[in-house]
Design a protein around this ligand. Structure first.
Ligand code: TYM
Length: 333
């Protein structure tokens, strides 16, 4: 039995090194394994939970597809589509929102972070967004969901929703209960300006992240300015636990160069940060610049990108409309 892989990325612009190392790099690996059927979704319905400029949103949808392709996902092997074009997602989200409990959603830490102090002004969509995410996953009978560490709680919620639906309607195994695929290491890349905060698309400071469309000079400058501490480079792994910024930068180096963390720590132990940063810039430039160049090239091929989405939407729609029909029958519509 092939594994059914599903994941999504929001087209909110500024896709960054955290998205790449935490998720997209893993998508590529899964896409390349013939044991998997992969579906990668540009989750534009999720994007509008905070307000979006329609013109920018349209560009960001294409840029997300371009990023998938430039990173190495093969649209002939994997289904790539945008969520808004397969109406079963919105429909299933409504039905599942009648299954999910307020108490479950009230525990979601990402809503608390994103809504900030003024929760009353957050959209209802932002609050119920994990239910839409569950709909995405469950419509495709997904067995495995590759994500970064920040999505772990949402996946647990998805599992709870699947189980409650199956129990409530007495339809054992109708929804597959999916397994999260979260890498043991490097599944949470932190801000370059604050090692205790996640690298994020929405951080106001562009210096906090390496965007996948950055130029070489920007990468070098951002790494030069990245926050460190006044001590020399750590000499063992235990030391990393108290030194967030050093841990993050060494983790990025290890992940990109494909060498174990321990070996990376040893290689730079006791050296100055400035010397390490030169090496780090180099590995980032070597990996990210070819992707960045390819994204920019693909963005000039709008028809190519739109056709990938069109083709993906047809395939996704076949699967999802079949599942939603069965959901209708079970619910009694
Ligand atoms: P999104 O668009 O915020 O992020 C896309 C993917 O990137 C990962 N990620 C990170 N990984 C490591 N370090 C970071 N600093 C970092 N920032 C982001 C995320 O964990 C994610 O895997 N709700 C999801 C999108 C979604 C989805 C789905 C995912 C919608 N439906 C169904 C899986 C299955 C989101 O907002 O991801």
């Amino acid at each position: 039995m092939k594994k059914k892989i599903f994941s999504g990325v929001q087209p909110t612009g500024n896709l960054h090194l955290g998205n790449y190392l935490g998720a997209i790099k893993n998508f590529v690996k899964l896409n390349n394994d013939d044991q998997n059927n992969c579906v990668f979704c540009v989750v534009d319905l999720h994007a509008i939970t905070v307000s979006q400029d329609p013109k920018k949103l349209r560009n960001n949808i294409r840029e997300t597809v371009a990023t998938f392709i430039a990173s190495g996902i093969d649209p002939k092997k994997s289904i790539i589509f945008n969520q808004s074009q397969v109406s079963a997602h919105s429909e299933a989200a409504w039905i599942l929102s009648c299954i999910a409990r307020m108490g479950w959603l009230n525990r979601m830490t990402q809503f608390k972070e994103k809504a900030g102090k003024d929760k009353e002004k957050a959209s209802i969509g932002l609050y119920s967004y994990p239910v839409l995410m569950a709909a995405d996953i469950l419509l495709y009978d997904s067995t495995h969901v590759p994500v970064g560490d920040d999505q772990k709680q949402h996946l647990e919620l998805c599992r709870d929703i699947a189980q409650k639906f199956n129990n409530d309607f007495g339809v054992k195994d109708f929804f597959k209960v999916p397994e999260p695929l979260i890498q043991k290491e490097f599944s949470r890349i932190m801000s370059l300006k604050d090692g205790s905060k996640k690298m994020s698309k929405s951080d106001l400071s562009d210096l906090s992240r390496i965007n996948l469309t950055d130029e070489k000079d920007e990468i070098i400058n951002k790494i030069k300015k990245a926050k460190t501490d006044p001590m020399p480079m750590p000499s063992n792994i235990e030391e990393l636990e108290k030194r967030f910024e050093a841990k993050n930068l060494i983790g990025i180096y290890a992940s990109l160069s494909g060498q174990p963390l321990e070996k990376t720590v040893k290689e730079f132990a006791g050296k100055n940060f400035s010397e390490f940063k030169e090496n780090l810039s180099q590995v980032i430039v070597d990996k990210i610049i070819p992707i960045s160049v390819e994204i920019k090239k693909l963005l000039n091929e709008k028809d190519y990108l739109d056709n990938i989405l069109l083709d993906g939407c047809k395939k996704a729609n076949n699967i999802a409309s079949n599942k939603i029909k069965k959901i209708h029958e079970i619910v009694g519509f």
